[in-house]
Write a protein that binds this ligand. Structure first.
Ligand code: FES
Length: 166
C-alpha cells in the first residue's frame, strides 16, 4: 500500500493543504501512485480516494481527464506524439505510423521489452516546432520538437539503452 511505503511523503503532501481542503492533494497523490506502480492501479485509486475522503468515481474521472495520468500499464517510457492539426499538417500522423511500424507495435502499444509505449496525444503547445512529441517517464516529461523519423528513432535508441541499464 502507498501509505505503508510512502508514509512520510504522503504526510508532507497532505500538510501542504488545509485539513478541510485535503481533496486538493488529489493530483500529487495520484502522481505518487503513478510513480510507484507505473500507472494508477484500481487499488491505488481507492487508497487515494480513502486518504482524501473522496468517492473513488470522482478520483477516477480525473484519471480519465488528464493525459498525464494513466490507469493502464505501459512501457517505462511513454512516447507521446502530438497528432493535432498543426503537427498533422507537418506529418505527425505519418511519423507515428512509421515509428510504430519500425518498432513492431501498434499505436498505443508497448514493445515486448516493456520499455517503450507509443501513443498519440492532443496539442503539446509546441505547434510552431511541429511535429512535437514528449517522453513521459519516472523523472517527468521531456519535450522533443521538430521531430523526424530519424530523430525519433535515435531518441528511442537512447531510451532503450538507458532503460536496459536498470
Ligand atoms: S498541434 Fe502539435 S504541439 Fe500543438
Amino acid at each position: 500500500m502507498l501509505a505503508d511505503k510512502h508514509k512520510s511523503e504522503i504526510k508532507a503532501i497532505l500538510k501542504k493543504y488545509p485539513a478541510k481542503e485535503k481533496r486538493s492533494a488529489v493530483m500529487p497523490l495520484l502522481f505518487l501512485a503513478q510513480r510507484e506502480y507505473g500507472h494508477i492501479t484500481p487499488a491505488a485509486l481507492v487508497e487515494v480516494a480513502e486518504l482524501l475522503e473522496l468517492d473513488p468515481t470522482e478520483v477516477g474521472s480525473l484519471i480519465g481527464f488528464y493525459t498525464l495520468l494513466h490507469d493502464e500499464a505501459a512501457g517505462k517510457y511513454r512516447i507521446q506524439i502530438c497528432t493535432d492539426l498543426p503537427c498533422a499538417l507537418r506529418g505527425a500522423e505519418e511519423l507515428a505510423k512509421r515509428l510504430c511500424a519500425n518498432l513492431g507495435i501498434r499505436l498505443g502499444g508497448t514493445m515486448t521489452n516493456g520499455l517503450i509505449t507509443v501513443e498519440e496525444v492532443m496539442c503539446l503547445a509546441g505547434c510552431d516546432k511541429a511535429p512535437t512529441l514528449q517522453v513521459q517517464d519516472a523523472d517527468g516529461i521531456h519535450y522533443h520538437e521538430n521531430q523526424t523519423l530519424g530523430s525519433a528513432m535515435e531518441l528511442i535508441a537512447e531510451l532503450m539503452e538507458k532503460g536496459s541499464d536498470g
